[in-house]
Design a protein around this ligand. Structure first.
Ligand code: UDP
Ligand code: MG
Length: 326
């Protein structure tokens, strides 16, 4: 770290169709960073990096206007929508050479930015990772809360270590980001990878706020896809589960066969369960194939080595060309 007293901080903010939101969140984030800079808690060349994840509205125009008004703001624009994880990875990758600390935060002020100062303080005390954790989700809908709980429960059962009620509001030290960048998988599930880094970490609690403007970018279908990508990229438990199920069915079928043989030898005939068991077995086989298919698909994606994101325009590193970290 360049200097522990006033580290250079970059806020990485993924934005997808956040036109109604940015005029509200930008001044709030800026006020917080300016206050930290004025009190010498962070370096005066700290930045806010908005990552426009291929928005279809005027998000990028707003980012450009913000930059013209204050050089605290910088931007990076994808050529199309690559998803929040890609936006976070790109933002961190671009900011990394120039930042002592990186904090990722949503654009919609649902993660309380007033915690940022405390996060920086924790980093100065030696923590490489500071998780923002929601201790009150009462502003979320019942549906969002229940699906989130089901998600954390399932992931726990599948052996994926996650910090409950933490999403993507977190601080990472320079070396934590260096380590994160070595995870080059095509669909990184960042919140599942971070606990694997193993650096000293701590949690800071905040109350989850309602979205101040715009709408959630995660309808049920996208939420499911996100959860499945987390499971298939971080857990092999479903494959094991299929194998155990196969063993159990084989054992049960062997016992049933012996029983049927016994009936047959005693001159009795049966045909009842034959058809239903065929359908059952067919269904189980399809589920098994589907799960294996997911992993095979994952392998295909990894071997294709496709870019994880494509940057169309970027104004962050130009702000620092003369001043990389020493
Ligand atoms: N986001 C993104 N790309 C996407 C979807 C979302 O960059 O494809 C951003 C979005 O602009 C926001 C953050 O990710 O800053 C979290 O999204 P959202 O608030 O919609 O998620 P929710 O809070 O509903 O889970
Ligand atoms: Mg949100």
């Amino acid at each position: 770290m360049k200097t522990l007293t006033a580290p250079r901080l970059t806020l990485v903010v993924p934005c997808y169709n956040e036109e109604p939101m940015l005029p509200k969140s930008a001044p709030v984030l800026s006020a917080i960073l300016h206050r930290l800079m004025d009190s010498n808690q962070i370096a005066t060349d700290s930045k806010i990096l908005f990552v426009d994840d291929g928005s279809r509205d005027h998000t990028w125009t707003i980012i450009t206007q913000l930059r013209q008004a204050d050089t605290l703001f910088t931007g990076l624009k994808f050529s199309r929508n690559f998803g929040q994880e890609a936006a976070l990875m790109a933002g961190m990758q671009v900011a990394h050479p120039f930042s002592d600390l990186i904090i990722t935060i949503d654009a919609d002020l649902q993660d309380d930015p007033r915690v940022i100062g405390a996060m920086v303080q924790q980093a100065k005390e030696g923590f490489d990772i500071v998780y923002g954790v929601r201790n009150d989700r009462s502003t979320d809908t019942w549906f969002k809360r229940t699906t989130a709980e089901a998600f954390y429960w399932t992931m726990g059962k599948l052996g994926v270590e996650l910090v409950p009620d933490h999403s993507d509001f977190r601080l990472l030290s320079h070396r934590a980001v260096t380590a994160l960048m070595t995870y080059t998988e095509s669909t990184p599930f960042i919140r599942g990878i971070i606990p694997k880094l193993g650096f000293p970490s701590t949690k800071l609690y905040y109350k989850r706020q309602p979205r101040a403007a715009g709408t959630s970018k995660y309808p049920l279908k996208r939420m499911l896809r996100f959860a499945l990508s987390g499971i298939f990229s971080l857990s092999l438990a479903p494959l094991r589960a299929i194998m155990y199920l196969g063993f159990t069915i084989c054992t049960a079928a062997t016992i049933a066969l012996l029983w049927l043989l016994g009936l047959h030898l005693n001159g009795l005939t049966t045909n009842g369960a034959l058809l239903t068991s065929l359908w059952l077995l067919g269904g189980l086989q399809l589920i098994g194939l589907g799960v294996i298919g997911q992993y095979v698909g994952q392998i295909l994606r990894e071997t294709q080595h496709r870019p994880h994101f494509i940057i169309q325009t970027e104004t962050f590193s130009t702000a620092f060309l003369a001043a990389p970290l020493t």
